[in-house]
Design a protein around this ligand. Sequence first.
Ligand code: NDP
Ligand code: MG
Length: 393
Amino acid sequence: MRKGEKRICIFGSTGSIGRNTLAVIDNLISNGKDLKLQYLTAGKNARLLSEQIGKYNPEAVVIEDEASYKELKSFISAGSTEILCGTDELLNIAACGSYDLAVSSVSGFSGLAPTLSALKSGKNVALANKETLVSAGHLVEKIMSENGTSIYPIDSEHSAILQCIAGESKESVSKVVLTASGGPFLYSTREEMEAGTPERALEHPNWRMGKKITIDSATMMNKGLEVIEAKWLYGLDLEQIEVIIHPQSIVHSFVEFHDGSVKAQLGVPDMKIPIQYALTYPERITSDYPRIDFTALSGLEFMNPDPDKFKCLSIAYDAMRSGQSYPAVLNSSNEAAVRLFLNGKIGFMQIPDIIRQQLDDHVPEGLNEPEDIIELDRRVNEDVERRFRKIEA
Ligand code: NDP
Ligand code: MG
C-alpha cells in the first residue's frame, strides 16, 4: 500500500451506481487522487465483472451466484485477483481491515448485511443502498456511534441536502423538501396506472437505474424510502420532510431555514455528480460531467403528488410514524411486491395494497440485531407470496 493511498471496496460494482462509481474513480485518478480499487462485488454479471477485473486488477472480487462464479472463472485465465463466491465471502470482505471506504450499491435488502458489516468494522460508507437505513436506521445509528464511522449519501436528494446545510447549524433548518420526478405515470390516469405493465413502468423519463428503484420511482415508494432515509441521515422529524414533484429533475432538493431563506442544489440528472461528492466530501474535484444550460431552464415545474395515484408515499409516512419494526416491514413487503409485479404476477396498483395489508397485519417486534431484521425479511417475503397465492386462487 502506498502512503496516502485510499482503498475502495464497491458492493455492487456491476450495477448502475457501481458503474457510475467506477467512472467517477477514473475521473478522480486522472485528477491525481491516489485511489486503489481493492475489492469489487457483483450478483450475477460475470462478463462485466471480468472486464472490471481486467481494468482495475482488484485484490479480490466476490460474485454472489454460483453458476456466475463458474462462468467468471472460465473468463479469467491468469492474474493476481482472488475470485470468491457467495454471501459468507462477501461479508468476510466487508468486515476485513484492508480497505478505507465502502461504496454500498447493491440493490434492495441484500445490501443491508455488507453495509452494516462495513460500518461495524470501522469503515466509512458512501451509501446508495437506502434500504439499509429504512430497515435498520436505528441499528445504523448505534453502530456508527460505537465505531466512529460516517455515511456519505449518494442519493441525489440527500447529497443536495448535505450540500445545502454545509456551514449551517442543525437548529437553523426548519424543513427539507425532497424533489421527485413523478416517474413514468406522472401524467397517466389512475385507470392507466392500473393497466401499467412492467415494460411501461420501467420507462423512467429522466434516470437510467436498476429495475427495483425504477419501479419504486413509478409508485413513488422511492420517495417514501427517501423520506425515511432523510430522517435518519439528518435527525429530522417527519413533519420537517416534504415531497414535491419536479418533473425536470434539475433541483435535487430544497432546505428551508428558520429565517425564511431557502437553499437548493441544482445539477443535470447525472448520478456521477452526487457519487463524486460522496467520495471526496467535503472537497470538490474538477469534472467534465454535463453542465446545466440555464437558458433551457425556463420551464421548471413544481407540483404536489396526487395521493390517490401515489399511495405508497403516505404508506411510507405511516410506517415511519408507527416506528419500531414497521419501516422494516414496509421495505421488505415493497421489495416482495415489486418482484411479483416485475414477474407479471400482480398489477401495478396491487403493489400498495399488498404493502398496506402486510403493515396492517404486523405485530411490532424488537429488532436488536441484524439477524432479527434478516429473519423478519424472510417472514415478510413468505407472507407476501402466500397473500399473492390467495389473491390468485
Ligand atoms: P442495479 O440493479 O443496477 O445494480 C445492483 C447491483 O447489486 C449489481 O451490481 C448487482 O449485481 C448487485 N446485486 C443484486 N443482488 C445482489 C445480491 N443478492 N448479492 C450481491 N449483489 C447483488 O441497482 P442500482 O445501481 O440502480 O441501485 C443500487 C442501489 O442504489 C439501490 O439501493 C438504489 O435504491 C440506490 N440508488 C440508485 C440510484 C440510481 O441512479 N441507480 C439513485 C439513488 C439510489 P449483478 O448486476 O452482477 O447481478
Ligand atoms: Mg433519489
